[in-house]
Design a protein around this ligand. Structure first.
Ligand SMILES: NC(=O)c1ccc[n+]([C@@H]2O[C@H](COP(=O)([O-])OP(=O)(O)OC[C@H]3O[C@@H](n4cnc5c(N)ncnc54)[C@H](O)[C@@H]3O)[C@@H](O)[C@H]2O)c1
Length: 436
């Protein structure tokens, strides 16, 4: 198998580092480029920028073999034949995706090389971006050096390495077939379904996939809200509908709603893209609205039980957007925390993988007075109520007798449905799950 010279822009980010390390494991020569010098210095000393199962070992192995290198010098990518763009595309306050990092990265590549290369965008970008970037390169007289390919990434944080080796599908959008084939053949495992299509279709497949997943979550959460009115049990309902193979059991677990670095931002971006195209996003708007209600529902349950939240002591268990990661970016816990503070509550937080706002890269001054502690019991000590916002196994295995003893009022509002309501009732704990 040919060993390619590969470059990864945003190579120290979640997607970029997984991509870089796995491509190096396949025997390619990979230069992971990033503008975050601190991360580069850190990883050269063996410090991973974030946690992802199996990634650290892979980085160690491939760097020791000299296949994976980290750089902040774009000239190190001058020989690369294929370059992946894995930079961030965060949401602007309008909901629109900010693609300035993508443009900056592609321009940087094109201006700093003589040889032609294929540039594949893995970042999630609005429909029309690959075409827009190509036009931009033409305007700068750089189109001879770069052939654009769209190659969206579908991996899940917490299972990113495994998803690289076992993708459900690979999607490649290109105008020039050989460029698309080069990217697809680089890492597609045998037998994996492959969709080769236009730039626009490829870009939209990514957004439509994430919007559909978000829709499933809001759908089940709306049914959960109804269960709470009629005394139903959403866990039984989910099981009952998930057994239908046309529905399947995935993403129909009721809870606090979706969040994190992808689903919510991509939904907002797609709504914005509809708006720009003059189309109303009826379903997508509703999906977003239900998700907002689900978050507010956590606070409403506390208020139902405690009356006002002013000066109430509340413990929050779980800050990450999803158990199994250390990623707090765009987590639902952040707006919930802001809401608690706005209502005058005194808040103590804990998480299994993250120990402070600084560690999570979140400005602490945005959450004045919030105290971090290291264990769920410390977070529950003397509290009027606790909120569970992440499904860490450690929370599911809490000693409930101990918890009841140390809390001022034994009240649990559980956004992850970790417990059996009957069992908690028998223990004398007031328990509010979601949809049951
Ligand atoms: N995180 C996920 O689970 C996931 C899954 C699928 C797709 N995506 C998409 O992948 C993209 C990257 O997401 P992420 O979570 O890896 O982001 P990230 O913030 O973890 O990483 C982005 C990296 O890009 C670097 N960077 C920024 N501007 C740069 C530039 N001009 N040149 C080089 N490096 C630059 C940053 O320093 C950072 O290390 C986004 O578009 C996201 O929507 C993410």
């Amino acid at each position: 198998m040919k060993q390619w010279k590969i470059g990864v822009m945003g190579g120290l980010g979640h997607i970029g580092l997984i991509q870089a390390a796995c491509l190096a494991k396949l025997g390619n020569q990979v230069q992971a480029y990033d503008i975050n010098q601190q991360r580069i210095l850190g990883i050269r000393e063996g410090k991973m920028p974030f946690y992802e199962p199996g990634l650290e070992e892979l980085v160690q192995e491939t760097t020791q073999k000299g296949l994976l290198k980290f750089t902040a010098d774009i000239k190190d990518l001058a020989d690369a034949e294929i370059i992946f763009i894995c930079v961030g595309t965060p949401a602007l306050p309008t909901g629109e995706a900010d693609i300035s990092q993508v443009y900056a990265a592609v321009l940087n590549v094109a201006q700093n090389r003589e040889k032609p290369c294929v540039v594949a965008i893995k970042s999630t970008v609005p429909v029309g971006t690959s075409r827009g970037v190509t036009k931009y390169l033409e305007e700068h007289g750089l189109e001879e050096r770069v052939t654009m390919v769209s190659n969206p990434e579908f991996l899940k944080e917490g299972a990113g390495v495994q998803d690289f080796w076992e993708p459900a599908r690979i999607v490649v959008g290109s105008e020039i077939a050989e460029a698309g084939d080069k990217v697809a053949n680089l890492y597609a495992p045998p037998g994996v379904p492959m969709i080769k299509t236009s730039w626009e279709n490829s870009e939209l497949i990514k957004y439509a996939s994430n919007a559909f997943l978000a829709t499933k979550i809001s759908f089940i959460n709306e049914i959960a809200q109804f269960c709470e009115k009629i005394g139903g049990d959403i866990k039984v309902i989910s099981e009952g509908i998930g057994l239908d193979p046309r529905i399947n059991p995935y993403f129909i677990e009721a809870g606090v709603g979706f969040s994190g670095p992808c689903l919510e931002k991509d939904l907002k971006s797609l709504i914005n893209q509809f708006r720009e195209a003059g189309q109303k996003a009826n379903i997508l708007e509703a999906v977003h609205k239900v998700n907002e209600e689900q978050r507010q529902g956590m606070i409403k349950k506390l208020e139902k039980q405690l009356g006002t939240l002013k000066d109430r002591n509340i413990g929050v268990l779980g800050m990450v957007f999803k158990a199994g990661t250390d990623d707090v970016r765009e987590s639902h816990s952040l707006p919930i925390l802001k809401n608690l503070l706005a209502k005058g509550a005194k808040v103590t937080v804990t998480d299994y993988s993250v120990k402070s706002f600084q560690e999570a890269g979140i400005p602490p001054e945005e959450y004045p007075g919030v105290q971090w502690v290291s264990s769920p019991y410390e977070a529950a000590q003397g509290k009027d109520g606790i909120l569970i916002l992440a499904a860490w196994p450690e929370y599911k295995n809490l000693d409930l007798h101990k918890l009841k003893k140390i809390m001022k009022t034994p009240l649990i509002v559980d956004g992850r449905n970790l417990f059996n309501p009957e069992e908690l009732k028998d223990l004398g704990i007031t328990y509010w799950g979601v949809g049951r």
